[in-house]
Write a protein that binds this ligand. Structure first.
Ligand code: DGL
Length: 267
């Protein structure tokens, strides 16, 4: 029987990037059931109007709540920085989001220069300004929009020549401006972290948010008394707005290293 405690945690992203957050949640909270939604039909979010991102976030939240979600993880920086405030106002469930790790980057940087890789829409957000002012005002942040990288990850083309070419271009400021920290400000980029690490070399730290989001979710569920009892038999559902859900399932399975099926959902 599904009770409030054993209900699922809804997780969504514009596409497959949020699966990196899903993976960390499964590891950190193995008793929790999850329902992951990939908004593939509207991916990428990074060039969309803010009103459109908010509308998608609300439609997906309605869908996940209709499937019984007890809490929602916005596994997308772009949607978090532009839509999570509206979601929290409109819905009475806990929301956990993901924002660029500017605070940990400041703690890690010796050169006082960090390279923030993110979507154009995230880079233009008030949240990034606020994080910078509050936690790292003495840190120079090079804001690098990564046009095209989300699309490469969506195809599962992690080692394709085009992906490596794009990464080399986006990491150029490491040479010219002595940044010693890279902030992965988009969940899709977590899947190319090994490629980024290889190109950046051993003296550059990489800040990725997946574990921190899972820890924050654990805390929110605990505070709200919503955590699944240990020993609960967890389920994992996946759905996508894509019409070619078989192709999306195939890429998602490769990214996760386990076979999963994304059910088509008209959201
Ligand atoms: N994974 C996303 C993020 O963290 C969204 C990327 C996009 O759709 O442009 O920002």
């Amino acid at each position: 029987m599904t009770t409030r405690h054993t209900a699922s945690v809804g997780i969504f992203d514009s596409g497959l990037g949020g699966l990196a957050i899903y993976r960390a949640i499964r590891e950190r909270l193995p008793a929790e059931s999850t329902h992951y939604f990939a908004d593939t039909a509207h991916c990428p979010y990074g060039g969309r109007a803010v009103e459109n991102i908010i509308a998608r976030a609300c439609a997906i939240t309605d869908y996940l709540l209709s499937k019984g979600a007890k809490a929602i993880v916005v596994a997308c920086n772009t949607a978090t920085v532009h839509a999570i405030a509206t979601l929290r106002e409109r819905y009475d469930v806990p929301f956990v989001g993901v924002e660029p790790g500017i605070k940990p980057a400041s703690a890690a940087s010796k050169t006082r220069t960090a390279l923030l890789l993110a979507t154009p829409r995230t880079l233009k957000s008030y949240s990034v300004e606020r994080l910078h002012e509050r936690h790292a005002s003495d840190l120079t942040i090079i804001r690098q929009p990564c046009h095209g990288l989300v699309e490469q990850v969506e195809q599962g083309a992690l080692d394709a020549p085009r992906t490596l070419e794009l990464l080399a271009e986006f990491l150029q400021p490491l040479q010219t401006q002595q940044a010693d920290v890279i902030i992965l400000g988009c969940t899709h980029y977590i899947f190319v972290q090994p490629q980024i690490a290889r190109l950046a070399g051993p003296n550059v730290s990489i800040i990725e948010p997946a574990q921190a989001v899972a820890t924050q979710l654990a805390k929110r569920l605990n505070d709200a008394g919503l955590q699944a009892p240990s020993g609960a038999a967890p389920t994992a559902a996946f759905s996508t707005s894509a019409s070619d859900s078989a192709r999306v399932s195939d890429v998602a399975s490769r990214l996760l290293g386990q076979a999963i099926t994304m059910e088509p959902a008209a959201v």
